[in-house]
Design a protein around this ligand. Structure first.
Ligand SMILES: Cc1ncc(COP(=O)(O)O)c(C=O)c1O
Length: 401
């Protein structure tokens, strides 16, 4: 039988390695095995009740039809007000477009800028989707190594990587998978370095609010117009408000870039669900309720991080820098390499088979030798996971931990 002639653009893309880990967990569960799933990339909280009520209210008000491709003006206005209130940023309505999640925002931004053969800088470790979007656009991913600076990108690293072929840099801080946060001053310097060479910056603010003190949420929306014209912000409601299934995000970019993204989206998803846009606008304006919900989740993630990361560091052969944001610990497991394990995939496999713990191999994030542990799960799960890993690898004595 003839095989389906998948297009070259899609044929060259790789499937998501994070989804592979989720699949492994689902298969084990289907066989009746109790798994501890530390591979999840979504909050373990439900969407706050008040947002659900606003969605219902939107339906009752008849918001069940098409909206403008860019989204409801009311929703986009609520975003501009939000960035002004939270960060003191001056964002124009015409610079905002609604999208179906942060992922579509990223796709829209890349597809409207990149031409075949353009170079795109991506710091390692990266979120799995970044290089695949670049591949889809027939552009080239050029990776920046950041292990030397403990996975925190610097302006010097960016400056050294830019060439005449560089068109775009993709940033993600707080980062998935490392949880590391680039300090705000360094973020500014990075954009300055890029703007000076006419390199655009696509910044994924998916984990914007999950920054733990002393780290603070910081948005590139605050940059002055001469720098911001090179920047596209890809925002998402998925993680911030525990709304992964609602599929709502947005872009903030120059008016020209935004127009191009709206044109592209008019021929694909059109816009995110009408009553969801209504609910998000209401939620953003219900500042106390939304910020309290975000603070409650952030406090809980921080509590888990504070217990889990030191406990990981006490396991023989494991090493993990303290993540300042998101809900991931990115652990260097090269310390257990030897006869028994030759790669992080071997370690992940052992955890799955011997301890029924599901984690994500760092290779998919461009960092072989590392494993990503999500702590978007209960303390009880984290405690059990640590106990089981101690049984397999042993624990360091306090003095060496
Ligand atoms: C870094 C990063 N960006 C974007 C997304 C996509 O989020 P959304 O659900 O808004 O498409 C994710 C989801 O895992 C992510 O980790």
């Amino acid at each position: 039988m003839a095989t389906f002639p998948v297009s070259e653009n899609v044929g060259k893309m790789k499937g998501s390695s994070t989804l592979l880990a989720a699949q492994a967990a689902a298969e084990m569960r289907a066989r009746g095995i109790d798994v501890i799933d530390l591979s999840v990339g979504e909050p373990d909280f439900d969407t706050p009740e008040f947002i659900k009520k606003y969605a219902w209210e939107g339906m009752e008000k008849g918001l069940t039809k098409y909206t403008a491709t860019a989204g409801l003006a009311d929703f986009r206005n609520a975003i501009t007000e939000f960035y002004s209130r939270q960060f003191g940023a001056d964002v124009d309505l015409a610079e905002v477009a609604a999208s179906c999640g942060g992922k579509q925002a990223l796709f829209n931004a890349a597809c409207t800028l990149l031409n075949p053969g353009d170079d795109v800088l991506i710091p390692k470790p990266y979120w799995v989707t970044f290089p695949e979007i670049v591949t889809f656009c027939r552009a080239n991913s050029v990776f920046i190594e950041t292990e030397e600076t403990d996975f925190v990108l610097t302006a010097d690293q960016v400056a050294a990587a830019i060439t005449d072929k560089t068109k775009l840099l993709i940033l993600n801080s707080p980062s998935n998978p490392s949880g590391r946060v680039v300090p705000s001053e360094e973020m500014r310097k990075i954009v300055e370095v890029c703007a000076a060479r006419e390199v655009y910056v696509l910044t994924d603010e998916c984990y914007l609010f999950f920054a733990y003190p002393p780290a603070k949420p910081f948005s590139l929306a605050v940059l002055p117009p001469d720098l911001r014209k090179f920047v596209c912000i890809a925002g998402s409601f998925s993680k911030t408000y525990a709304m992964t299934g609602w599929r709502v995000g947005y872009t903030i970019a120059s008016i020209e870039w935004t127009k191009a993204m709206i044109k592209l989206q008019s021929h694909s998803a059109t816009h995110p669900t009408s009553f969801v846009q209504y609910a998000c606008a209401k939620a953003l304006r219900d500042t106390d309720a939304s910020m309290n919900a975000v603070a409650a989740m952030t406090t809980e993630y921080e509590k888990r991080r504070d217990w889990f990361v030191p406990a990981l560091n006490e396991i023989n052969g494991f090493r993990c820098s303290m993540p300042e944001g998101a809900f991931y610990a990115f652990v260097d497991v090269r310390g257990v390499f030897g006869d028994r394990f030759q790669s992080s995939a071997d370690v992940a496999d052992e955890l799955l088979k011997e301890a029924h713990i599901v984690v994500t191999d760092g290779k998919g994030f461009g960092a072989d030798g590392f494993l990503r542990f999500s702590y978007a799960t209960s303390m009880e799960n984290l405690r059990q996971a640590i106990e089981k890993m101690r049984a397999i690898f042993g624990a360091k004595t306090r003095a060496t931990a």
